[in-house]
Design a protein around this ligand. Structure first.
Ligand code: MIC
Ligand code: SF4
Length: 693
């Protein structure tokens, strides 16, 4: 039977299970990546598991997130990461070398390989034809130790790209379009596979923009074929010999997808699916207004796309830029792992050359890697950026993770990034638009959102495509290779006082008695649970970082979430979190499970929980449950007492569990794989892995 490309890569790496959608499988991991905000925990856990040496083909530890260095914490992390990488045999990409996903694409990503990364945007590597997946640090640590990665055998959403993009319309507009069709909800357990004649016109970094923001769709991975364009990119990176051609077999049928959508609230998505999918059909609505939508592969005609923007607070809130034209802009930021490639920044430099940034706009530009920055410096484009008044930042995540450049209150910030959750910028009442570099630079010049096609006409700008370089500037001087295994014992691991060993999980009490410490709504991201920004520096210190769990919901002069949860824990009362739909979407940060666990949280009950977060909860011994009906969510209140009998039996094999809550009783689903059940029974992945060794 003709196979999809994803099926082929999965089949090549399958070590357990069968490729039947929805079933648990385990795959061999060839490469891993970690970054400093997740990496310290991942490496501390690797040490705690007693794994002396990484056993993958390649494991790279990047430093790109915590670069502000106010206080000693960040540099302590860098020194720990550099020394532990040398000790366990991981490659170390030094601070200044660039954003993990951009550098990985340039220097390490390989078609047909698997990559597991402790960062939700790891799927960026899919632009190279590899199966790249984001996970919690503990799962990545297990993979570094040579263990397989467990996931649900995916349903594969085929996305056919037809034709060519018009001038000033980009890959960012493709993925924003897809976000408007599939939304950020209901895609758990799926992967996206791009195909069609439109693929050939997209350079590798443009493909990576699409696969990067697959994370916002909530899919496990997104993959492009590996073709001539891929080969040219690899050759230009001096890695031509790593190319292998990869594509789906002719005549391969991608899966039929089923999605539960609300007939009124999701009307726009239903309409968009109908317009773009083969065989779309909507079933009858249930009592809550939800209906099942079934559809085959999606098709996007590239020539029909126009410049798009996604308005905060959610990446799927997509509008045509033309409709927003005239909106005053105060800040423009260009960079992040989504849009900071050489071609992206050459386009920006080309527009800025000989012009000055609008007087009412501050423009920040963070090139994605040292390679990109060096090439801009060498060909003079950097001079164009600086002369135009851009504030050029180091090659790092920077403002994308709230490390500086928080916008003023009630202003508009236009960013080429991938997330626009409330508060992620460090300002809670701003308005953030996610756009392409083309739209961003147009706004920087015009001082307002403008369709770049209209601006180009007005100013006579040249919109012809920026050619992929024949040869990138290759200099791996900031990539440190580990010493050979026999010299590793001589490496001294540097542990500053802010590097604190993370706590391990615990077996669930049975019966479990507790209380609802917080009740939150839909689309709660891991940024809401565990804020980053200026608090990012506490990532290596769980007791300190835990003080800020759900900080955005803390009220002045009221006990914080951390205080309430700890007070309950001290009297033997388990903390329970109640949440709505898509709980834990966004970042892979396992601190969103680890810190609540430290505070005594043992159960999360939600309408739906996102994939990476659900895995993190299990890994740290927290029981994830889902409501059978949304009406049950409405019946629960913060402060309600909770009793759950027969926890161990439900964890072992139950499909449902009875939860006595606030004087009533409700049934919740226990949606766990056999392996997750075993992990929970052991009190978390750390103990489970230690026991298995
Ligand atoms: C993010 O974009 O939110 C991050 C920071 O890169 C995270 C990882 C983290 O929280 O450390 C992610 O996307 O996984
Ligand atoms: Fe860094 Fe932002 Fe990419 Fe996360 S999304 S890896 S913070 S650039």
């Amino acid at each position: 039977m003709p196979q999809s490309l994803i099926t082929k890569i999965l089949a090549d790496h399958l070590v357990e299970g069968q490729l039947t959608p929805g079933r648990e499988i385990a795959i061999r991991i060839d490469q891993t990546l970690t970054q400093d905000a997740t990496g310290t925990t991942a490496f501390l856990l690797l040490e705690a598991m007693g794994i002396p040496r990484v056993r993958t083909e390649l494991s790279v530890s990047y430093v790109d997130h915590n670069m502000a260095q106010f206080g000693p914490e960040n540099h302590n992390d860098h020194l720990y990461l550099q020394s532990v990488a040398a000790s366990v045999g991981a490659v170390f990409s030094r601070p200044g070398n660039g954003i993990c996903h951009q550098v990985h694409l340039e220097r390490f990503a390989r078609p047909g390989r698997t990559l597991l990364g402790a960062d939700s945007h790891t799927p960026t590597g899919g632009g190279m034809g590899m199966l790249a997946i984001g996970a919690g640090g503990l799962d990545v640590a297990v993979a570094m130790g040579g263990g397989p990665f467990y996931l649900t055998s995916p349903r594969i959403i085929g996305v056919e790209l037809r034709g060519r993009l018009g001038q000033w319309v980009t890959a960012k507009d493709i993925i924003l379009k897809l976000l408007s069709i599939l939304t950020t909800r209901g895609n758990v357990g799926c992967m996206v596979e791009y195909f069609g004649d439109g693929v050939a016109s997209l350079p590798v970094p443009a493909r990576a923009t699409c696969t990067n923001m697959g994370a916002e769709l909530g899919v496990t991975a997104s993959v492009f074929p590996a073709d001539d364009v891929t080969e040219q990119f690899l050759r230009a990176q001096g890695r031509g010999e790593q190319f292998v051609p990869l594509a789906a077999d002719d005549g391969c049928a991608h899966d039929t997808i089923t999605k539960r959508l609300h007939v009124e609230r999701d009307a726009a998505a239903i309409e968009a699916i109908r317009r773009h999918a083969a065989d779309a059909s909507l079933g009858p609505p249930d009592a809550d207004g939800f209906a099942e939508m079934r559809f085959g592969p999606l098709a996007i005609d590239l020539a029909e796309l126009e410049p798009l923007a996604s308005r905060s607070p959610s990446p799927d809130n997509v509008l045509p830029v033309a409709e927003l034209a005239g909106k005053k802009v105060s800040q423009v930021l260009i960079g992040s792992c989504t849009n900071s490639s050489y071609q992206d920044l050459m386009r920006v430099a080309g527009v800025l050359a000989g012009r000055t940034v609008h007087p009412d706009v501050e423009l920040g530009i963070a090139p994605g890697s040292r390679q990109v920055l060096t090439m801009l410096a060498e060909n003079g484009a950097l001079g164009d950026l600086v002369r135009a008044g851009a504030r050029v930042l180091e090659s790092a995540c920077g403002p994308c993770i709230g490390q500086g450049f928080s916008p003023a209150e009630n202003t508009v910030s236009v960013r080429t990034f991938n997330r626009n959750f409330t508060g992620r910028t460090g300002t809670s009442n701003d308005e953030v638009y996610l756009v392409s570099p083309e739209v961003a630079v147009a706004a920087a010049i015009a001082g307002e959102l403008t369709d770049p096609r209209a601006l180009a006409e007005r100013l006579g700008l040249d919109g012809s495509p920026i050619d992929a370089p024949e040869a990138f500037c290759i200099d791996d001087g900031m990539i440190t290779m580990p010493p050979p295994a026999d010299q590793a014992q001589r490496v001294e691991i540097v542990r500053g006082s802010t590097i604190v060993k993370p706590p391990a999980g615990d077996v669930l009490p049975d019966p479990l008695t507790g209380s609802v410490v917080i009740k939150v709504g839909d689309k709660i991201t891991t940024d809401h649970i565990m804020p980053a920004g200026s608090l990012l520096k506490f990532r290596s210190n769980v007791p300190e970082y835990a003080q800020y769990v759900f900080n955005c919901f803390n009220e002045p002069d009221q006990p914080t979430f951390a205080e309430r949860a700890l007070a309950a824990k001290q009297v033997g009362c388990a903390g329970v979190i109640v949440a709505g739909d898509s709980y834990g979407q966004g970042s892979s940060r396992e601190h969103a499970a680890l810190c609540p666990m430290y505070l005594g949280v043992r159960v999360v009950i939600a309408k739906a929980i996102e994939r990476i977060h659900q895995a993190n909860l299990v890994n740290f011994g927290i029981l994830p449950l889902t409501f059978v009906s949304s009406a049950d969510y409405d019946a629960v209140a913060a402060g309600d007492e909770v009793t759950i009998e027969n926890v161990a039996a439900a964890v072992a094999s139950g499909e449902t569990i009875t939860v006595a809550i606030g004087g009533g009783e409700l049934t919740c689903c226990v949606d766990l794989t056999p392996r997750q059940r075993a992990i929970l029974a052991a009190g978390g992945l750390l103990t489970y892995t230690r026991n298995a060794r």
